[in-house]
Design a binder for this molecule. Structure first.
Ligand SMILES: Cc1cc2nc3c(=O)[nH]c(=O)nc-3n(C[C@H](O)[C@H](O)[C@H](O)COP(=O)(O)O)c2cc1C
Length: 415
């Protein structure tokens, strides 16, 4: 009897590291989100988690993936499964890009550095935001410090918002070139800021302004508050380190994001901007925030290297189409004319398989890595990248496919 009891009574060993301990019971992105919600002040969590207006697009970005099913095949030898593809002309082990997010250090003090190191270890590209809280140069140094695989070169992209002050944009682009960034990602869906009603309700500023509400929120989340107070102030690092910036623009002062963006961003942005970017940048150019077949055609005419089909994760125009629903019509319209990246709503490796099967070159994801950072810092991001890679391999095998690069729509059925 003692023998039987011993065989069933096997307790998990106590894990002394709190981040590892939190990850022990995580099974998917929803679990990371729940832990992040518990650990982050409500205002911070809502800033990350929320979307525009009634958040219909935010929900539909995820739901649209769930409307797509598989048509699996069996009895095919899947003992070897290959998830590698080519992206912007270079091999990558998984068609995944981590999206640019502003103010990332709000989720974890290491912020973008943690994400860049995790991406470097996984061999996938990461896009630093203009509104990032680590500088172009800091990020390059952090990525270079991670030993790279056979390719021997890291993949950092820089996301550009066109400020009214083009001198500031030019300077950042030149810094990205000097730091050997591979691509520029011009975000084009932010002529004005979307109405994010969770932030409106909370009077959210970046960084959070101290007031009775935020103090109570901070006291209820002592771990986050301690980290926030102990570390250097969070600033828009790329703007703060620019010669052209004035002190009020650098994020060192609490600002209302909508007010800041509406004042600084140029709403007169047009397709001419691509030619201007070409004149100051020799590398690849992608545009992010394209939401129609007609604009993908125009992007091809303007000879961009890639298009991120994106509605900014449902944070800009509510009732905009889900990016995954745009992949097939856009691919059919332009053939191989341009690389297509489906940005937003992906939460599993199976979503990466669906996007590829429909004709996307890669998937881009934002909130999942912010939840991961909030839940367990850099370890959380490593965990997420492993989870997405494993899920992709497992889905391929269960569908009876061995190569992600060659799958097509025959693998899918639409519900
Ligand atoms: C907190 C947060 C901040 C963001 N900041 C930026 C930004 O600075 N620039 C940008 O182009 N997109 C930004 N985005 C949009 C993401 O790049 C991406 O399009 C979106 O997160 C994709 O949706 P997903 O979160 O469902 O993956 C942000 C998204 C979030 C959640």
């Amino acid at each position: 009897m003692l023998e039987t009891l011993r065989s069933v009574l096997q307790f998990r060993r106590f894990e002394p590291d709190p981040q590892k301990r939190r990850l022990v019971s995580v099974a998917n992105v929803d679990d990371l989100r729940r832990i992040a919600e518990r650990r982050l002040p409500a205002g911070v969590f809502d800033y990350i988690d929320g979307g525009a207006q009634d958040e219909r697009t935010l929900a539909d970005n995820v739901a649209a993936y769930r409307r797509i099913g598989f048509e699996p095949r069996v009895l095919r030898d899947v003992s070897r499964v290959d998830t590698s593809v080519t992206l912007l002309g270079r091999p990558t082990p998984l068609p995944l890009v981590l999206a640019p997010t502003g103010f990332t250090r709000i989720a974890d003090p290491q912020g973008e550095l943690a994400v860049a190191r995790a991406c470097a270890r996984a061999g996938i590209p990461y896009v630093l935001s203009t509104m990032g809280t680590r500088s172009i140069e800091e990020l390059a140094a952090a990525s270079d410090a991670v030993p790279w695989g056979a390719e021997g070169d890291r993949r950092l992209w820089f996301q550009v918002y066109t400020w009214r002050d083009r001198g500031l944009v030019r300077e950042m682009v030149e810094r990205a070139a000097a730091a050997r960034y591979e691509a520029l990602v011009l975000t084009v869906d932010t002529a004005v800021l979307g109405r994010r009603e969770r932030d409106v309700r909370r009077g959210m500023t970046l960084p959070p302004k101290l007031g009775p509400g935020t103090v109570v929120d901070g006291i209820r989340h002592p771990g986050w508050t301690w980290q926030f107070l102990r570390n250097e102030p969070i600033v828009f690092a790329n703007v703060a380190t620019s010669r052209a910036a004035t002190s009020t623009e650098d994020g060192s002062r609490a600002v209302d994001l909508a007010e800041q963006i509406n004042r600084q961003f140029d709403p007169s942005l047009s397709w001419d901007e691509i030619a201007w970017l070409r004149s100051i940048w020799d590398g690849k150019i992608l545009i992010k925030g394209v939401q129609s077949v007609a604009d993908v055609r125009l992007a091809c005419e303007h000879a961009v290297d890639g298009v991120c089909l994106s509605n900014h994760g449902g944070r800009q125009l509510d009732d905009a189409p889900a990016p995954i629903d745009l992949v097939a019509p856009c691919r059919d319209a332009v053939g191989d004319g341009v690389e297509l990246i489906a940005d937003g709503g992906a939460r599993r490796g199976s979503d990466i398989v669906k996007a590829r099967a429909l004709g996307a070159d890669a998937v881009m994801t934002g909130r999942p890595y912010l939840y991961a950072l909030g839940a367990a810092g850099e370890r959380g991001v490593d965990w997420l990248l492993d989870f997405l890679a494993d899920g992709t391999r497992q889905t391929l095998a269960l569908c009876g496919a061995t190569e992600l690069r060659t799958i097509g729509r025959e693998l899918l059925r639409t519900r």
